[in-house]
Design a binder for this molecule. Structure first.
Ligand code: GAP
Length: 461
């Protein structure tokens, strides 16, 4: 397993993720996605949306606001229950989660668990609410208090009736949302794994009471199978059932999909059976019945809810970690991110073999412009071909297209109007007519390298 430092360093060096406000010394636990990081994360979110919303007949989307009526958080239980136990050290001024002391390190040397140094003076644990408070409007008084949402889920529950009625939906159906959430975590860390501002990809799937356990299992299976579909190795994923005493106040059963991150097995996504808790709470607090009229039984019911809740940042981090490879090629180290084609930030790089040959450069530019209409394509002529390949390998570009003298011809020989395509993972090459490049790329993007290589393959370079 790759160390997190290597991932952090590659992310900074190659424009995936930067420390927020770095020129001011950085903001704790906040990260900015650079040019390649934003492409990668967008691709993760796009794949999730396509598979969870657009490719299913029983799902619709929503984009609710981050600031909501403060009563929402009373009804949901967040004002009373969304707390972590916190401990301070009076000596080193460190602040730790009381329930995670074994994972924490005291700033005093040598590195030990808080409380294990003779000089440690830990306080009693006290509960700390994780919601960020702010004020709505120009007056900063108690009546104006608002909260940044700590989960996107509540935006879905309060819109249950709007969505169900406007779209005339019948149970079972789900509402999906991708958006920012905020938690004032006591101990953020491990790069983008635990931050105070993060993005969630959440589904609230409404079902008839009594069918909830079956639907819970179906969603667990579906979500567990999703990550390997985009390249995560199965041996790096596992399911972990929540013990009764760790279940959230709303949950009947929860299982986490865990990934083997560099710091160990940790939660990637939670899949919970939230019962009818949220709809009933919002009905009670808003005075508006949130029910569903079942045509078959001619009765009103409060649906149960299955909630697959994933982190877009955690997912992106897992895809980065899992894709990282170090290999030796011809005696040299090669770093490769072998992203799934759908997730790769750049799909194809166009590389002119000689940047001083105007015909090669012109053809390469034109070709890149054509490819760009369909995929995220880049042009690069700033190094030798070997280095250009390595650079693209390191950011996970699945295909490189090279334009050479043969492609455009010279005074001695006519142009063959062909270009070379190189595969990132096996480094094999194929030579294809310029006229069929887009059609060939379509097939390669569908994963048909072996078949195309059989027709157009060149010896490995
Ligand atoms: N609505 C249910 C809910 O929010 P959760 O287990 O607290 O459940 C769901 O969060 C997912 O959101 C997690 O599995 C994780 O991927 C992501 N997540 C939660 N807290 C996070 C944090 N502080 N930083 C990054 N991602 C976080």
């Amino acid at each position: 397993m790759v160390e997190m430092e290597k991932i952090v360093s590659l992310c900074k060096r190659r424009g995936f993720i930067f420390q927020s406000s770095e020129i001011y010394g950085g903001t704790g636990s906040c990260w900015d996605y650079g040019p390649l990081g934003v492409e990668l994360k967008n691709n993760v979110k796009r794949a999730w949306w396509r598979d969870c919303v657009q490719n299913r007949g029983d799902m619709v989307g929503l984009d609710a606001s981050i600031l909501m009526h403060p009563r929402v958080w009373k009804a949901s239980g967040h004002l009373d229950h969304f707390t972590d136990p916190m401990i301070d050290c009076k000596v080193c001024k460190g602040r730790f989660r009381a329930d995670k002391l074994e994972d924490a390190r005291c700033p005093q040397k040598p590195s030990k668990q808080p409380g294990q140094h003779d000089a440690c003076a830990l306080t009693e644990a006290r509960m700390f609410n994780l919601m960020f408070k702010t004020f709505m409007g120009p007056v900063e008084d108690d009546a104006a208090i608002a909260y940044l949402r700590p989960e996107t889920a509540q935006g879905i529950f309060v819109n249950f009736e709007n969505v169900q009625q406007s779209m005339r939906l019948k149970l079972p159906f789900g509402i999906a949302q991708i958006g920012k959430s905020f938690r004032n975590e006591i101990t953020p860390g491990n790069f983008t794994f635990r931050t105070r501002e993060f993005e969630q990809m959440e589904i609230e799937f409404f079902v008839m009471p009594g069918t909830d356990e079956d639907w819970h299992q179906r969603w667990l299976d579906e979500r567990f199978a999703w990550y390997p579909r985009y390249g995560i190795r199965k041996e790096n994923l596992r399911l972990r059932e929540h013990e009764k005493d760790e279940l959230a106040h709303y949950a009947k059963r929860t299982a986490d999909i865990e990934y083997l991150f560099p710091m160990g097995w940790s939660e990637l996504e939670g899949v919970a059976n939230r019962t009818d808790y949220d709809l009933k709470q919002h009905a009670q607090f808003s005075g508006k019945m949130l029910e569903y009229f079942d045509e078959e039984s001619k009765q009103k019911v409060v649906p149960f809810v299955i909630e697959p809740s994933a982190g877009a940042d955690r997912g992106t981090l897992a895809f980065l970690v899992d894709a990282y490879r170090e290999e030796e090629v011809k005696g040299e180290k090669r770093v490769v991110l072998n992203f799934h084609r759908e997730l790769a930030p750049i799909k194809v790089a166009v590389l002119p073999l000689l940047k001083k040959n105007p015909r090669i450069v012109e053809t390469a530019h034109k070709l890149c412009a054509d490819l760009r209409k369909r995929w995220h394509a880049v042009y690069d002529d700033t190094a030798s071909i070997g280095r250009l390949y390595r650079r693209q390998d390191e950011v996970g570009t699945p295909f490189c297209v090279t334009v050479d003298v043969q492609s455009v011809g010279d005074e001695k020989s006519a142009a063959d109007d062909q270009v070379t395509i190189r595969d990132r993972d096996n480094m094999q090459q194929i030579r294809v007519p310029l006229a069929s490049l887009t059609a060939v790329m379509e097939k390669l993007m569908e994963g048909e390298w072996a078949q195309i290589h059989g027709q157009h393959g060149l010896a490995r370079n």
